[in-house]
Ligand binder design. Structure first.
Ligand code: 5GP
Length: 209
């Protein structure tokens, strides 16, 4: 998504070769029109999948899941992060290890809001190590719902997240794929693919891990 790639270049702060700060427009202050356009883009990409529910994880996936839900005309549900391990009744839960925060936390979703009849699109702001999204894939699997794909706003393609999800048979679409970054410089996968040896992006019918 060109508009997004340009915005990252203009406003993103590259804190290291692994960490990108986009607080001014994506996940602290949110450019609402951009968020809605992101939602419309996910809706275009997954238009023919018969999505019935969008799933994300709090907090910074919420605005994009809502935008995608609006564009698709379906509800969205967000997984809650819980430290307590006592509430297990009527919940789907998964353990997620955050490499950025160096902690393991539990995510959960009420069984009332996800069931085997659903066709799910998972949406999140970043795909990095993939830990958070693998947790959500696990929850979808527990529910018996059909996982139709994962949509990420920003993918750091030099980290292992995409590979992990694809190993699970999940189809991943990211709107800005960063091949590498360093202070003052971002290279997108789209730019590398524009060069001669463009990689063919194979589509998969996501079935969950
Ligand atoms: P994971 O490593 O599980 O794929 O990423 C989990 C979460 O960490 C993402 O949803 C995102 O909220 C946060 N995250 C990972 N990498 C970055 C980054 O470079 N910048 C920001 N702002 N958040 C990140």
């Amino acid at each position: 998504m060109k508009q997004l790639e340009e915005r990252i270049r203009r406003e993103g702060q590259i804190l290291s070769d692994k960490v990108l700060k986009v607080d001014s427009f994506l996940n602290h202050q949110v450019d609402t029109e951009l968020a809605l356009e992101i939602g419309r883009e996910f809706a275009r990409i997954f238009a023919d999948r018969g999505i019935t529910k969008v799933l994300t994880i709090e907090a910074s996936g919420i605005q994009f899941a809502m935008a995608a839900g609006i564009a698709l005309g379906v509800p969205f549900v967000y997984a809650k992060k819980k430290k307590a391990v006592t509430l297990t009744e009527n919940l789907y839960t998964a353990q997620v290890h955050s490499f950025t925060r160096q902690e393991t936390y539990q995510v959960s979703i009420s069984q009332n809001y996800l069931g085997p009849e659903e066709r799910v699109l998972i949406v999140d702001d970043f795909l990095a190590t993939g830990a958070a999204l693998v947790g959500l894939v696990d929850i979808v699997k527990q529910s018996g719902a059909r996982l139709c794909g994962v949509g990420c706003v920003i993918e750091k393609s030099f980290q292992e997240g995409r590979g992990l999800l694809e190993e699970c048979g999940v189809e991943v679409h990211s709107l800005a794929r960063i091949a590498s970054m360093a202070p003052g410089r971002v290279t997108y996968v789209s730019e590398l693919e524009a060069e001669p040896a463009a990689a063919g992006a194979a589509g998969m019918d996501g079935a969950g891990c």
